[in-house]
Design a binder for this molecule. Structure first.
Ligand code: SF4
Length: 338
């Protein structure tokens, strides 16, 4: 079956006074109907730029989609006109932003913010849209929605505001929702409630979700598959189970080792990944992780690694898996060696 979304060799650059930043450098991945795919990586790895490119929200200039294809529902959306893209974005894709306070307009009542898309894209009357707004608030677990629909964002708590943002993203029954760090601005207990809500809504609506996050705990909790990004490239991807039980890339190992553990030998110490990501004005010709990698070999600085396949859709770009590489010990589970 055709994927709902297929991103192929996406390259996005930004012009600055200092030169052109190559923020996304040949990213490929897909999302199927009804699944959650997490895009994971540290700040500046290109995950949010990838998401904004899918939504057609890269400001141009300074941004530029230099190469690649984004197929949504069988159609290359990089070729759509602004008007077509706006229509598709409003009715078939939704976005949940990181900070609900900045995502909502503080001067507009919640009901109005919920109904704008319904009136504009679905042609509902104001009365019908108001009724639907109450249903949506109810669906995302806001109590007393008849009263709440006429309130302003400052009258809601952080967790409730994020529920409203989710309701807005779902208002037009989209096929795909992109959630950019949806729980980062929330405290831990509210985070868990929001993740549970997203899972519940996905089961009810068969929605596909792209979850942008740097938090592997969130990935383990909700994602079916994950794409690990580093320095504007995909370094590893696979099912969440495979990535957590048999990660193949030294950067993924580093992420796993820097996660807090509450049990076993790793409960005491977090192991950070030393060093900083490469300069994307002038990316390295070899492996972008070479400067920080404990396993780097001569070839790593010279040639970009070839993608290797490990079955079940699991792949990683690393020279260690080349038959000519020396033997090494793989991590078989979170932070543990075989
Ligand atoms: Fe490390 Fe080389 Fe693999 Fe890059 S290709 S992650 S430098 S071993």
């Amino acid at each position: 079956m055709e994927h709902l979304l297929e991103v192929t060799n996406l390259k996005v650059n930004f012009k600055t006074h200092g030169g052109e930043v190559k923020a996304v450098r040949g990213v490929s991945f897909y999302v199927d109907h009804g699944e959650t795919v997490a895009i994971v990586g540290e700040s500046g790895c290109g995950k949010s730029v990838t998401a904004l490119s899918i939504m057609g929200l890269i400001p141009s200039p300074p941004g530029r989609l230099a190469e690649g294809e984004i197929r949504f529902n069988g159609q290359d959306i990089t070729r759509l006109s602004k008007k077509e893209l706006l229509k598709m974005r409003g009715s078939e894709m939704g976005m949940i932003f990181q900070d609900p306070m900045t995502a909502l307009n503080p001067t507009m009542k919640i009901g109005r913010q919920l109904t704008e898309g319904l009136v504009y894209y679905h042609g509902l009357s104001k009365k019908e849209a108001h009724k639907k707004a109450i249903e949506l608030l109810n669906k995302v677990g806001i109590s007393d929605p008849q009263k709440r629909v006429d309130q302003y964002p400052h009258e809601f708590s952080g967790g409730m505001r994020q529920r409203v943002v989710i309701a807005i993203a779902l208002a037009c029954n989209p096929k795909l929702v992109i959630a950019d760090e949806p729980t980062t601005a929330l405290d831990v207990t509210v985070q868990a409630q929001i993740l549970d809500l997203m899972k519940e809504l996905q089961e009810q609506t068969k929605l596909s979700i792209i979850l942008i996050t740097h938090d592997l705990g969130v990935v383990a909790e909700v994602a079916h598959r994950a794409v690990v990004m580093y320095a504007g490239t995909v370094v590893e991807s696979g099912t969440t189970h495979d990535l957590f039980t048999k990660p193949k890339h030294p950067y993924t190992w580093g992420l796993m080792k820097s996660m807090p553990h509450l049990e076993g030998e790793h409960k005491k110490r977090l192991v950070p990944i030393e060093g900083t990501p490469p300069d994307l004005f002038n990316p390295p010709k070899g492996c972008p992780f070479a400067e920080r990698c404990d396993y780097a070999m001569e070839i790593c600085a010279e040639q970009a690694p070839v993608v290797r396949y490990f079955g079940n859709g699991h792949e990683a770009a690393c020279w260690l898996h080349d038959e000519r590489a020396p033997k090494f010990e793989e991590l078989t589970a979170v932070g543990r060696q075989a």
